[in-house]
Design a binder for this molecule. Sequence first.
Ligand code: 2DE
Ligand code: MG
Ligand code: MG
Ligand code: MG
Ligand code: MG
Length: 322
Amino acid sequence: TSYWNDFPGMPESLEKVSGIIQASVASQNPVIAEGLISLFGGDGKLLRPGLLLIASEFGKPQKEDKQFKLAAALEMLHVATLIHDDVIDDSPLRRGLPAVHTRFGKQDAVLIGDYLLSRCFLIAAGYTSPEHAVALAQVISVICTMEIQQNIDRYRADTSIRHYFRKIMGKTAMLFSLACHVGASEAKAPKAVTERLRRAGYDIGMAFQIIDDILDYSGDQDVVRKTLGNDLKAGVVTLPLICALSLDKSGELARATSRESFPQADTEYIIGIVRSSGGIEAAREHAKRYTRRALTEISGLPRGKARDMLEKLTQHLLIRNY
Ligand code: 2DE
Ligand code: MG
Ligand code: MG
Ligand code: MG
Ligand code: MG
């Protein structure tokens, strides 16, 4: 994808990953085949597999290019969560195309997500050390738990930044962190390097979800190529709103998002206040802070092509507009 054009060797490697995914999800069933081909053929960023592959370069070359298999498994998990996420968020567009549930209905979308999850585990079980398959399963249970927490917290604007960070750590950062540490660890990188990558992956993932949440308020839908403005409409309270609430001294925003008013609130009006109060910029400062933390970790990694790529990617993710 265009995300990786300036990264030597990565477009070719990610092509291999895509090939493994296509082969592994292939099905005679027309709904599965079409539903998945449209998603994997779309313009996914392939960040998690990309991170895993970069991390694996800190270790030794692997038998049968095992790292490509693991990278494929992570992307399959990620896409499974997206399919379910779009059902849950009632979000019609994904990767520039109709979401799976838009085309095939919610019933089949849920099942296609489950199918994909099982294909992910098939690969993980076959090509990962048991402890990493366990780690993967644990991350998935945390993702689900934090998604449920997010539902519990709907329309509660009186939340804390801490609580928000905890949720995005579970729903996004842990998988980024897993990609980085499993990639390095399976390639037998030194323990200190693996641990550093685990921390860097966590910080990159935190910054990534903060920017995702900012784009939901201020992105250009034609560029991001998925439905925006959804979080607020669904009562999901994210960092731009949390920051705006502490910046808006008039109390206007607090009134508009009180437990009573929030479900019927005029979302355009709220988005206007979030923007004019500086909520977006304040949220961006947090993304910058996580990016700086990631860069500090990365600067402690062994020098070389992999470190340069990780640094460049981390910097890019902060200024991305999709
Ligand atoms: C991204 O948040 C959410 C990621 C996790 C979703 C996980 C679900 C559990 P967003 P966007 C739904 C499903 C679990 C499985 C299949 C194991 O902001 O903006 O909603 O891209 O993402 O819609
Ligand atoms: Mg969503
Ligand atoms: Mg969601
Ligand atoms: Mg989002
Ligand atoms: Mg996203």
